[in-house]
Design a protein around this ligand. Structure first.
Ligand code: ZN
Length: 145
């Protein structure tokens, strides 16, 4: 381990359009491109979505599992119950906020020798929980040397 290295922080922003509620978008290649375009070889890559009705997570990008994932969350925060958020704001997306907060807005992936330490089938995804299509701003911050 080097002790005299200089830590660098580089930020890349991505704009991604989502189509509908429960749209799951694979952004792994975009994150890899952001890492390749940086001068950082080893460190941490933080992927963060700005907004409280979407999330970033990792998943095996397989149609059955994608369906299982969004269905499981819809059982936890179903569409047909009353949400205090909807009563207060009338925007109809109380369930979207609950699901997004449960999963969280960010994912951190270790970067070693220029490679993201993802498993063979592990992909980085943006998940839209809002009830309408959205334009999402994703911040990728690469911290390392
Ligand atoms: Zn809302």
């Amino acid at each position: 381990m080097k002790v005299d290295s200089t830590v660098v922080v580089q930020t890349v922003r991505l704009d991604i359009s989502t189509r509908c509620e429960n749209d799951v978008v694979d952004i792994t290649e975009e994150v890899r491109n952001a890492v390749s375009s940086s001068s950082i070889n080893s460190g941490l890559v933080c992927v963060f979505v700005s907004g409280s009705t979407a999330t970033i997570t990792a998943i095996e990008f397989e149609a059955g599992l994608i369906k299982d994932f969004v269905t499981t969350l819809s059982r936890i925060a179903p569409a047909d119950i009353t949400y205090e958020h909807d009563k207060r704001w009338q925007d109809g997306n109380g369930r979207s906020h609950v699901k997004a907060s449960l999963i969280g807005p960010d994912l951190v992936v270790p970067l070693s020798n220029g490679k993201l330490e993802l498993g063979t089938w592990q992909r980085i995804v943006l998940v839209e929980f809002d009830i309408r299509p959205r334009r999402r701003s994703i911040v990728i911050q690469i911290v390392g040397e």
